[in-house]
Write a protein that binds this ligand. Structure first.
Ligand code: MYA
Length: 415
């Protein structure tokens, strides 16, 4: 049989397979391969339609009981309003949540921040999910969703934003994460919602966009002392401090803190601005009040009110997410601000963000971070942000995007 493969063909085939497997985009993902998400094998296949991958089910077809956990563990629904519960979640995350690649820093979301992040308008308590050890009641895993209307091109889709997936360090690699994800998916489905958005530092099938964090030193001496940054080539400490020096007070006339009376104007400004991006939240006034009205040590928002017309022309905001510094003698907390939503119509974005940096410096932040989403590229280099290592990948669940987006096409910031 002239067409039968020879032994050397077979050897070559397995070799080709091995090479394929070693290419990062063809790693096996035993769990993610079973989920309605863009699959690696479909990258570049432009014949697949954009939009939902699977249709919704009748609610009566959604599994009514929770997924099975290993017998020593039990599900709980977390009441994040309760001081005690919020504190348990805070401690799980403070000790087990996201670290940088070198394990020098770990996110330290505050209790106030967690409440803000988890209780937006219309939130479902059932989407705040914990896993406890049955015998000791110790909280060992967590995952959350909050509802959000997200626009993808011309379609406004009811979604869950999934965040705070965390498994205690001692329970890693036991395939608990897939069970957590399936359980949150089930509870989201029970509310008749069939899509989700999430971000992660790891590559999974399949990012809709891959973004990068940039960092602007505000307290360069501390950042260097704790190993967050390094003294540049041919730089001394005093030259570095001078390089990052900022004015004492903001520059733009009419720049002030956002107040409750500004909610309608900020909503109009933001809705109009976000309409240009391929993926962005569809914020109404309630959302803006929740997500953008200043909350001490959680979210800061400033705007420019024209001194002549009293029109609100520009807006900037950042949220506060400290990190624990692991194993440093002198410092234990890094105070970081993260660029959130910014809108410029009159004040150049560069000047607006410079004022945001000045405010952050006044408030004693050590570093100001920003992703390369929206129009952020236009100010990062000029305002002396430096690129971070590591990427942030954006994902949609059960919604296909034909081609990966550029970061600048994203109008969405997740916490
Ligand atoms: S991103 C932040 C994630 N948290 C951390 O990085 C904190 C520190 N790490 C941990 O706590 C654990 O390492 C975690 C994994 C819990 C992350 N997103 O149990 P395992 C897949 C999605 O043996 P563990 C955030 O919160 C992995 O590829 N999947 O692993 C957004 C593998 O699957 P596969 C992830 O290390 C979360 C499987 O899990 C992630 O003990 C969005 C291994 O499981 C990750 N970040 O635990 C979740 N990391 O074999 C998805 C690993 O297929 C939401 N994996 O490769 C989807 C939408 C759901 C709602 C849908 C509604 C319609």
């Amino acid at each position: 049989d002239g067409n039968a493969p020879s032994e050397s063909d077979l050897v070559l085939d397995t070799l080709a397979q091995k090479v394929q497997e070693s290419l990062s985009l063809d790693k096996r993902h035993k769990f993610w391969e079973t989920q309605p998400v863009g699959q690696f094998k479909d990258i570049g296949n432009t014949s697949l339609p954009e939009g939902p991958i699977e249709p919704p089910l009748p609610l009566s077809d959604v599994k009514q009981e929770p997924y099975n956990l290993p017998t020593l563990y039990e599900w709980i629904t977390c009441d994040i309003s309760s001081e005690e519960m919020c504190n348990e979640v805070f401690n799980l995350l403070a000790n087990n949540y996201v670290e940088d690649d070198e394990n020098m820093f770990r996110f330290n979301y505050s209790m106030e921040f967690l409440r803000w992040a988890l209780q937006p308008p219309g939130y479902f308590r059932s989407w705040h999910i914990g896993v406890r050890v049955k015998s000791s009641k110790k909280l060992v895993a967590f995952i959350t969703g909050v509802p959000a209307r997200i626009r993808v091109r011309d379609d406004i889709v009811n979604m869950a934003e999934i965040n705070f997936l965390c498994v205690h360090k001692k329970l890693r690699s036991k395939r608990l994460a897939p069970v957590m994800i399936k359980e949150v998916t089930r509870r989201v489905h029970l509310e008749n919602i069939w899509q989700a958005a999430y971000t992660a530092g790891v590559v999974l099938p399949t990012p809709i966009a891959t973004c990068q964090y940039w960092h602007r030193s505000l307290n360069p001496k501390k950042l260097i002392d704790v190993g967050f940054s390094r003294l540049g080539a041919r730089m001394t400490m005093s030259r570095t401090i001078k390089l990052y020096k900022l004015p004492e007070s903001t520059i733009t006339p009419g720049f002030r803190k956002m107040e409750i009376r500004d909610v309608p104007a900020v909503t109009r400004l933001l809705r109009n601005y976000l309409s240009q991006f391929v993926v962005a939240p569809d914020f109404d006034e309630n959302d803006v009040e929740h997500w953008l009205l200043p909350k001490e040590n959680v979210v800061d928002s400033y705007l420019v009110e024209s001194p002549e017309t009293h029109e609100i022309t520009d807006f900037c905001s950042f949220y506060t997410l400290p990190s624990t510094i692991l194993g440093n003698q002198n410092y234990s907390i890094l105070k970081a601000g993260y660029s959130y939503y910014n809108v410029s119509t009159k004040t150049p974005l560069l000047q607006l963000m410079n004022d945001a940096l000045i405010i952050a410096k006044q408030k004693d932040y050590d570093v100001f971070n920003a992703l390369d989403v929206m129009h952020n590229e236009s100010f990062l280099k000029e305002l002396k942000f430096g690129p971070g290592d590591g990427k942030l990948h954006y994902y949609l669940y059960n919604y296909r995007i034909r081609q990966a987006l550029n970061p600048a096409e994203l109008g969405l910031v997740l916490l």
